[in-house]
Write a protein that binds this ligand. Structure first.
Ligand code: ADP
Length: 500
């Protein structure tokens, strides 16, 4: 026996398994980092420019105040006043009308070159005031200059070092870094919490009942599909179990049915071979062996026909119009010796009608019905077979109907998807033993026999009516039975008529 694999093992490994919590963490972290950094840079830049503006205004005010103090003073007084009243931290430079530096609070005036050409001075010459940020060659960095022209042509220039935006941002690196670190920490905690909250309904999902419990709205389509598949699988499983049960029962019945004739055959043959049979009885024993082997052959043939019907392995291409009256005539002629032997009258009549189907299969079905009628009718009884045409939608009969199923012939389908005729009908009527009402629904089952039928003694396989039902179903037709105990039975076989 082959080793069976674990039914719960996944059929194949996941192609690219991804961690949901890691995805959430990475997404939240990246988003937060970008948001925090962008906000920090924007805030620092805005505050840098606000600070620049504020300190520029303050420096202009200071330069104007200084110019007011120096106005109308001599050069020496001005130098003295600058040193005493404006000690810094700003740098003050007094420049004469020729651009020569008279005094500078941070550098020796003589060491400085002529300032007349400096842009802020040029501005002050033309506008009375010059305000400018430029790179200071003296101090080696960005500096804000405010120059005021005095009435006598002198200039007082106030200057202050400036941090560049980049340097300002650099100076903020530490606080920004601390904020980002806190944000990362928060994100780690938040993403863990979020991931576990998102995963909770997913972890609680019951694969056998996916629609039960809390589910995300977005997941409903896929869960519905899973639910449908589950139910379909359950249904298929049930059907498989049922089919398997029927198959087992059928196999057990077949073996049981075969045992009896085989025992008779082997026992009789053994006795003849062992010389235990008197010469005058050998003929009798031979006859018994022949009878039982005929029964065995009939059983095997019926089993084969049924399994071909089960597998629908009859070739649909073999379907052709079948002359039913001719088929019935042939069948009756073949079975006439049996009828004569049982002292049962056998007659047929009807009008020519054509069914669409597999002729050998239809002939076997009709033959089974007529043979049953002869076998279950006592001496002096009568069997009549009638062939007729029935219009569309007519009922099969008032009795129990074994319904049709899959169709091989092109039957006309009614509103309910079932064939609706017109029909070719064969009615087999006998005046035999009849069938008890409680047995009627079961007689089309395999190996079902009514108690009174003594089917085995009369050579029945117990499969005749099952073949009739399946043959009718195969052609898209049906078979019905009406019976009264002790009075007789009527079987009505309907097959879709050949079109054209
Ligand atoms: P069997 O080979 O036993 O006849 P069938 O499937 O042909 O098997 O019939 C099933 C049972 O239905 C028979 O055993 C018999 O009891 C009953 N039956 C079938 N046809 C007739 C009939 N014409 N009259 C009375 N009983 C019948």
């Amino acid at each position: 026996m082959a080793c069976s694999s674990d039914p719960l093992a996944p059929s194949r490994p996941f192609a690219h398994p991804r961690s949901l919590s890691r995805s959430i963490f990475v997404a939240v972290l990246s988003f937060t980092l970008v948001a925090v950094l962008a906000t920090a840079i924007a805030l620092v830049t805005v505050s840098y420019f606000a600070e620049e503006k504020r300190s520029e205004e303050a420096l202009v005010m200071q330069a104007r105040a200084c110019a007011q103090v120096l106005e109308g003073r001599s050069a020496d007084e001005r130098v003295e006043l600058i040193r005493s009243q404006f000690p810094g931290p700003e740098r003050f430079t007094l420049v004469d009308p020729a651009g020569v530096v008279v005094c500078d609070t941070e550098a020796a005036g003589t060491a400085l070159g002529n300032h007349g050409s400096r842009p802020e001075m040029q501005q002050a010459v033309s506008q009375g005031e010059g305000v400018l940020v430029r790179h200071s060659d003296t101090l080696g960095q960005d500096t804000l200059y405010v120059a005021e022209r005095l009435q006598d042509g002198y200039f007082i220039r106030v200057s202050e070092e400036r941090l560049s935006l980049l340097a300002f941002l650099g100076s903020m690196a530490l606080p920004v870094g601390v904020v980002v670190a806190c944000a990362v920490l928060l994100v780690v905690l938040l993403s863990r919490f979020l991931a576990s909250r998102i995963m909770r309904p997913l972890n609680r999902l019951d694969a056998s009942d996916p629609l039960a419990g809390d589910v995300y709205e977005e997941m409903q389509p896929i869960l519905r599909r899973i639910d449908q598949q589950q139910r379909q699988l359950k249904r298929q499983n049930e059907e498989l179990k049922q089919a398997e049960g029927l198959r087992r029962e059928f196999s057990a019945n077949v073996s049981h049915e075969m045992k009896t004739p085989l025992q008779v055959i082997s026992g009789s043959a053994e006795m003849i071979a062992g010389g235990l049979v008197a010469p005058e009885d050998v003929r009798d024993f031979g006859g018994r062996i022949y009878l039982e082997s005929q029964r065995l052959r009939a059983l095997i043939n019926d089993v084969l026909t049924l399994s071909r019907l089960d597998e629908s392995s009859f070739d649909a291409a073999e379907c052709a119009p079948v002359d039913m009256l001719e088929l019935v005539r042939r069948t009756c002629e073949r079975l006439r010796p049996l009828a004569r032997e049982r002292q049962v009258s056998l007659a047929f009549d009807g009008a020519p009608v054509y069914a669409e189907g597999n002729e050998p299969l239809i002939e076997q079905a009709v033959s089974n019905l007529v043979e049953n009628a002869i076998r279950y009718t006592g001496e002096g009884g009568a069997v009549t077979v009638q062939v007729e045409s029935q219009a569309a939608d007519g009922a099969a009969g008032d009795g129990v109907v074994a319904e049709g199923g899959s169709t091989a012939a092109d039957a006309v389908l009614g509103d309910d998807g079932m064939p609706s005729g017109p029909w070719a009908v064969v009615r087999v009527q006998d005046t035999g033993i009849g069938i008890p009402a409680e047995d009627l629904p079961k007689i089309f089952e395999r190996f079902y026999r009514t108690e009174k039928s003594r089917s085995k003694e009369t050579g029945g396989t117990g499969l005749g009516l099952a073949i009739v039902k399946h043959a009718a179903s195969y052609h898209g037709g049906d078979v019905a039975v009406e019976s009264a105990l002790g009075e007789g039975s009527t079987f009505t076989l309907r097959l879709p008529q050949a079109t054209g």
